[in-house]
Design a protein around this ligand. Sequence first.
Ligand code: AMP
Length: 485
Amino acid sequence: MTQLSTHPWDDDHLKEECGVFGIYGIDEAAAHTVLGLHALQHRGQEAAGIVAFDGHRFNAHRELGHVADHFSSGKVVERLKGYASIGHVRYSTTGETILRNVQPLFADLEVGGFALAHNGNLTNAYALRRDLVRRGSLFQSTTDTEVITHLMAAAGRGDVVERLTEALLQIEGAYSLVALAEDMVIGVRDPLGVRPLLMGKLGSATILASETCALDIIGATYVRDLDPGEIVVIDHSGVRSIKPFPKRQHRFCIFEYIYFARPDSSLEGYSVYEARKRIGAELARENGVPADVIVPVPDSGVPAALGYAQEAGIPFELGIIRNHYVGRTFIEPTDHIRHLGVRLKHNANRAKVDGKRVVLVDDSIVRGTTSKKIVEMVRAAGAKEVHMRISSPPTTHSCFYGIDTPERSKLLAAQHNVAEMAKIIGVDSLAFISIDGLYRAMGQPRRDPDKPQYCDACFTGEYPTTLTDQTDNSPRQLSLLTENA
Ligand code: AMP
């Protein structure tokens, strides 16, 4: 889900990534959801929420901050009674984070209570919202997700699944949803299947989760990924699948494999860790360079660096160490301290880089800030040569489907060619995996009309849906509300 911005061009608000979890048919459903959200914490650290249903009432708890900070107390979990529950973790780097935007959202519909959690980003949410507001809808949040519950209310007829289907037929973009209605958990994947959503089993309980690591944590077994365009309805009579959308070519987000998902997860039946290693190996084949040591930029660069090192036959070493106890919320008080700030998170391991020709492997260059600082640090620790290899093609376009990327003017690769980037970052050489190399590593020929494809818009600018809100430049009317968050 994404917080809508007051101006269509104000991309500072388009920065949200999320994780979702749902479980039906188990005692202490909320406690299981807490564990699931712990495993999905990497998908969003800004806020977390859970709604459970106990057969009679909905019980909700939503907070800003980490899961561990707010859902560890027995008191909170005890209050979230129920045999069915859904949860959400939300990430946003800038823009207001206010409690009214924390999911799951809850709506009291004509057909009963309805809680909704969303991973992804709708691309026509503002256009729909404007229409709904004209027709009398009173929005409570500034998120794109809320248009779904309003469209359901406006449907005026049908049961909860029929209303949800009618709403989904009007929205565009990327969405993996989990919803909780009275005695029912629902899972939805958008027709392109951009964001992940999969199903698991624990005894007689059914689980929905963004990644398999959320199944592992509760001892559940993986059943399958939801199909693109599939709605799964889980209730006392079992699991039912509906496919109301015209069939489209699968466009799963390739960046989930490159960076976003946890390496111990499997998505679409494919291990994220193995994918990263294969991409690293392909990177070494395409862009090898004589060197003494292969060093990952931790943590996300580690599997790709391993794959690179094994393919190149060059030793892999932890030449940069990451401090795991540094919060992302550290506020640097002055320019001087901000400049020093980088060493809070990473430090060079002099013992492994001094006097060496070093290949640094990272998954992506966005603004270039990380790479520049890391290169400086490795040189200061005595490296003789520093080469940078990136396990994704240059990030030249913003993501409108739920991954945090800044506007194009702030993307280094949108403004500079590779030679210029190398100069800015301060390396002896810089190379990215090619888009074809990336597809080769994933075992899929690119743009084969008969095979599932990936969404690679951040590297190619080929967006697989219309971007209605991006092309609409009319002023937006979203009132800003500050709360005691
Ligand atoms: P930058 O410093 O802006 O070039 O960011 C690049 C670094 O951020 C890389 O080390 C990536 O691992 C990491 N990264 C890439 N994409 C994202 C994202 N969407 N959210 C948070 N971190 C990211």
